[in-house]
Design a protein around this ligand. Sequence first.
Ligand SMILES: Cc1cc2nc3c(=O)[nH]c(=O)nc-3n(C[C@H](O)[C@H](O)[C@H](O)COP(=O)(O)O)c2cc1C
Length: 362
Amino acid sequence: MSSEPIKFAYWVPNVSGGLVVSDIEQRTSWDIDYNRKLAQIAEQSGFEYALTQIRFIAGYGAEYQHESVSFSHALLAATSHLKVIAAILPGPWDPVLVAKQIATIDILTAGRVAVNIVSGWFKGEFVSIGQPWLEHDERYRRSEEFIDVLKGIWTTDNFSYKGDFYRINNFSLKPKPLQDPHPEIFQGGSSRAARDMAAMVSDWYFTNGNTVEGIKAQIDDIKAKAAAHKHPVKIGINAFIIARDTEEEAKAVLAEIIDKANPEAVNAFGHEAKQAGASSPEREGNWAKSTFEDLVQYNDGFKTNLIGTPLQIAERIVALKAVGVDLILSGFLHFQEEVAYFGEKVLPLVRELEEQKIALAA
Ligand SMILES: Cc1cc2nc3c(=O)[nH]c(=O)nc-3n(C[C@H](O)[C@H](O)[C@H](O)COP(=O)(O)O)c2cc1C
């Protein structure tokens, strides 16, 4: 098991409606004041990263959506050591513009910005904003070129590139970003194409919620391919965390979320999501096997089962670490109060259990 402490990130609620498609009360707001305060609570509570989302239109609730790069910058300006990962969607975004924009933010924030390259799953969104909709694996081929170009521009002078999607001619970005060699590059997805891309070019593979066995199978596949390419890649998994003083309370919250789920919105999302991993040649990938219940948390966050007492959750986090997970990406019902509870009650137990495991192995 890695001797590095496992890291924690949280989903920035920069879209309306919270992280579950349910009419249960969610004391979470998508506005900037709530989010600035949340970012401050998170960095004081031991969270290292925050991840913004990019959406151009509503899909399943999420009626209002703040743009991810500008929102990330606002959160960075309100904090002192939190790193903020800005979601970027190739297609609407051009890699040269992203390289320039993120380099500037990196300098303005003393090297605390990162990017999450997402490949797109929502055809209606692309049609709506006049972007061509590529077939599943072609979207990943474009994302891989996008990442190659970002890295090239961030690290090389007189950079040239001739791909199927992007062409760069003798371009030197000045100034370059502060972080060496460049801001971290995360990616989202879990299909075979997503895993292959992670094994070639990304610093981090970010994926939907899963069981320990499910994520282990993905990690084994990625690590074998990454080793063949001599490319190091770290792993982050999504989890919707419900930590309560008793297991009964936590389970009752989950039952209420499902009970109050909005079936129309969940089914509409399930329909759109089939444009993602389920439409890939292997029919694997995100949402390919999700049930109605899984889809209520739109990145399968219940599957990771971080639902219970602080000790149960801490034990399950350490079990995830033991199969190679480096980071937990967390969502909550009531973000500000639950991020603080997590930092106070769960995180110290995780650190204790990690120490015990390391001592046992020594
Ligand atoms: C952690 C994570 C964050 C994501 N964030 C976004 C996002 O902000 N916007 C978006 O359009 N898609 C987002 N996605 C969707 C992915 O980019 C991808 O389209 C989807 O997971 C389907 O991938 P697959 O078909 O390779 O499994 C995210 C996925 C993950 C796992």
